[in-house]
Design a binder for this molecule. Structure first.
Ligand SMILES: *[C@@H]1O[C@H](CO)[C@@H](O)[C@H](O)[C@H]1NC(C)=O
Ligand SMILES: *[C@@H]1O[C@H](CO)[C@@H](O)[C@H](O)[C@H]1NC(C)=O
Ligand SMILES: *[C@@H]1O[C@H](CO)[C@@H](O)[C@H](O)[C@H]1NC(C)=O
Length: 222
């Protein structure tokens, strides 16, 4: 797989970022054990989208073998922010700001290389996080990811306000969400469609979380 300058630069930036964010953010970040996840998830009635984009319709197996990471880079952060905020502006939602705390969490989960959701493992101010994930091989870029999240088959154009369903897109435009942080890792994924190829595994965390049952009307403006 081809390595890109921004990914390598991101790796360097991550080291710098790794020291500060958790201590700089006065809010307490709680890492919940995987065991308690399911219970917590059910009782909060929060739903975080568990969809994969078209390019990775099947969840892939995990391998921490290859772990090359990127986050905290200006282009990385700016591109994710712009593409989120441009979409939000079209749906009456104010701009998100970048959170280094969320980016750290996203990066740590991306590094796990499971191509699955973190399933309530991370909490901020007592709440789970909203989370969008995507994986793709080779040149799977941030615009590709955002395009899958927004224009994918189960996303914006499939949204029915009369029967609201969660999607990557609904989290992106969710009005009450104000902070975003993303990370990406290069992973060796074994399940189809990857079948042992290296892929870029992207994770974006959102706070406060979106996709809350019963709150779609107030938060998602078609
Ligand atoms: C919102 O974000 C967009 C895209 O990043 C930017 O162009 C715009 O200036 C921002 N608006 C405000 C009010 O900050
Ligand atoms: C990575 O995932 C594995 C399998 O789900 C889990 O046991 C492990 O605790 C995770 N590690 C981190 C750092 O999240
Ligand atoms: C990925 O990008 C490189 C460099 O631009 C290009 O040579 C290669 O063909 C691309 N691969 C795919 C699968 O598009």
């Amino acid at each position: 797989m081809k390595q890109y300058p921004q990914l390598i630069l991101g790796l360097l930036c991550l080291v710098i970022n790794a020291v500060a964010p958790f201590s700089a953010d006065p809010r307490q970040v709680v890492v919940v054990t995987v065991e308690t996840t399911t219970t917590t998830w059910t009782t909060t009635t929060l739903q975080v989208t568990a969809l994969s984009p078209a390019s990775s319709t099947t969840l892939a197996g995990s391998s921490p073998l290859v772990s090359e990471t990127s986050s905290g880079n200006g282009d990385f952060e700016g591109t994710f922010l712009d593409l989120h905020n441009n979409e939000r502006a079209e749906h009456g939602a104010s701009n998100l700001t970048w959170s280094n705390t969320l980016a750290m969490i996203a990066q740590s989960w991306a590094n796990n290389c499971t191509d699955t959701h973190s399933g309530g493992k991370f909490r901020l101010e007592g709440l789970p996080l909203g989370e969008n994930i995507a994986a793709g091989t080779e040149n799977y870029s941030i615009p590709d990811v955002m395009n899958d999240f927004i224009d994918g088959p189960s996303e914006k154009f499939n949204y029915n306000p009369l029967a609201p369903a969660d999607s990557h897109w609904t989290q992106i435009v969710w009005k009450a969400t104000s902070e975003l942080g993303c990370g990406v890792a290069t992973c060796l994924l074994f399940e189809p469609p990857f079948d042992g190829q290296e892929a870029l595994f992207y994770v974006c965390e959102y706070f406060p979380p979106g996709n809350i049952e019963g709150k779609f009307d107030a938060n998602v403006q078609p």
